[in-house]
Ligand binder design. Structure first.
Ligand code: ADP
Ligand code: MG
Length: 302
């Protein structure tokens, strides 16, 4: 499991905000539980009320830059059908905080390993992202803008004092070809609401289906990829055929070459952050994801 940032707890919410939430819930909170996953430093918790109803809350102090992620989640969440994502029940900004209330799902992170367990459900939800979200229903920016952030990292990595390692040197031609901002933006063109951060830890599987979380990076575009799993044992290239392969190379629309550009860029971004980004739980996650990306690239080029 990923190490989450240190998140505020229920009792850390200002009294007025807690009272506002309580009033909206209409029944006293009797139990609070905290998930292990996620990477933003905002509040994320499950509340159970005296009338046995449950809700999942995400909240952030509006003074913090990451509050914009929670705002974006509220904007996108309004347009996601409940087959795709836990329903957004309400979002409110009051007393300097934003609070988003979602349907609470009793589930865990899906396994991306090929096999009968979670992968078919993951592929179903990724497929329905394109079906249900074209034309793009939400007022979001261009996915190309987000995806263009993936460009340029290979050049920076290659220019770093340590230089490229043997693995990067061996794949220099492919990595360089993929490191083109214009191609990335072109690859991202389309009219679908694209999540841009599809990973196992942004999904929840319960007894019925797999659902997608978040969406603060969403934009309008045509090309989504499933990012490499953080857990090396969950992403084993070359194990089996068609459907499993498409889960690793990314689905959700776009031509396969476009997806390769995005995938290659994603790997470079993660590699860059692995070397130059913050350490801690997030750094460790990025390191594992970059390794998974290497295995994907080896598989792709083999
Ligand atoms: N609607 C929900 N119901 C139940 N658990 C949820 C729900 N939304 C998120 N979670 C849990 O909270 C964790 C963090 O959620 P996520 O939205 O990914 O946070 P972050 O934006 O910080 O990455 C998830 O890994 C999951 O375990
Ligand atoms: Mg997340």
């Amino acid at each position: 499991m990923n190490t989450p940032s240190v998140r505020p707890r229920w009792e850390d919410l200002p009294n007025d905000v807690r009272a506002n939430v309580q009033a909206r819930l209409g029944s006293p909170v009797v139990e609070v539980s905290y998930p292990e996953g996620g990477f933003t430093p905002g509040l994320a918790l499950r509340l159970r009320c005296a009338d046995r109803s449950e809700v999942f809350l995400k909240a952030a102090d509006l003074a913090l830059p990451m509050a914009s992620h929670y705002r974006a989640e509220a904007v996108v969440g309004e347009h996601l059908p409940s087959v795709i994502a836990p329903e957004l029940w309400w979002s409110v900004e009051s007393h300097g905080w934003i609070v988003n209330a979602f349907e609470a799902v009793l589930g865990g992170e899906p396994e991306l390993r090929p096999g009968p367990a979670d992968l078919p459900g993951v592929l179903d939800v990724v497929g329905s992202l394109e079906r249900e979200l074209t034309p793009c229903p939400a007022p979001v920016g261009e996915a190309g803008e987000t995806l263009s952030l993936l460009a340029g990292h290979w050049e920076r990595l290659a220019a770093a004092p340590a230089g490229p390692d043997a693995w990067r040197t061996a794949r220099r031609a492919w990595l360089t070809e993929m490191d083109d901002r214009d191609l990335l933006v072109k690859a991202a063109a389309g009219d679908t609401l694209v999540h841009c951060d599809l990973r196992a830890d942004n999904m929840l599987v319960d007894a019925e289906r797999v659902r997608v979380l978040g969406g603060s990076w969403s934009g309008v575009g045509g090309c989504g990829v499933l990012r490499p799993s953080a857990d090396p044992c969950r992403s084993q290239p070359g194990q089996s055929g068609g459907r499993a392969r498409s889960a690793r190379t990314g689905v959700a629309g776009g031509r396969s070459e476009s997806r390769e550009h995005v995938r290659g860029g994603d790997h470079r971004l993660l590699s860059w952050h692995q070397v130059h980004g913050p350490g801690g739980g997030l750094g460790a996650y990025r390191g594992r994801a970059a390794q998974a990306g290497r295995r994907w690239i080896d598989y792709r080029l083999s």
